[in-house]
Design a protein. Sequence first.
Length: 281
Amino acid sequence: MPKLRRDAVRLMYRGWSARKVGRHLGFHHTAILKWMKNAKQFGDRFIPTRSSRPKHHPKELGEEVVKKIVEKRLAHHRYAEALYQELRNEGIVVSLSSVKRTLDRRFLLKKKSLWKRYHPHQERPKPLQPGDLVQLDTIHLMVDKKKRIYVFVAIDVYSRWVYAKAYERMSSAIALHFVREAQRHASFHFKMLQSDHGPEFGMWFVAQIKKSHRYTRIGKPNDNAHIERFNRTVQEECLDKIPTNVKAINCALKKYLRYYNYERLHFGINFLTPMQVVPSY
């Protein structure tokens, strides 16, 4: 269409009348006259298609109401339902959907990521024996501004038995290898695994692990409380005292895990060691 308008305008420049150009191209002569008017603004090389959408809706909110909604949002960061009720209390008639649309147009809404996938909720099992619930997580150690070392960690909630290993990279394949290696070192069977929504514990990992798996609830860090506490412990008692090198970390972890699982007393299991709890089951 922009090229067709250009040709019509150029025919007009050659002396053709609007009616003659309209008959030649199959358009009404009033459309040809509008194209001539637009050519004065855009030139005769390219006349773009102008949207027929109205610039204003006849029932749109007034500027004062829109300003009121934005000011209330920026002042206290309240959600749309609260803003809607505050406006009603002040006698301002506006619908809840209008409040939400206004916030959306001003980019004041926190929307869910388009790349987040839905994970069906799975009830958290009660850890009544070793392996009922094994939590997974990854510790990120900064080597420099661009390089990291990743320490994968697994902890059994019932016995507090722990396994950890450092890697130079992080991926679902490495997470799968780590869990299988942890299972070989454990003297009990992993029945259910629990992890956060990190990329290393994605859908491919869940499909390949062939074990029951559940994700922690978003915004609920207490779901992974046991492993988060161990992450702090292992960093303070082991990782912070050695150089950030994979071989050095794995060598130190091997010694530390033996101490943690066989010698270190834990208040949560009545001052026993994890391996004193595991053999009974």
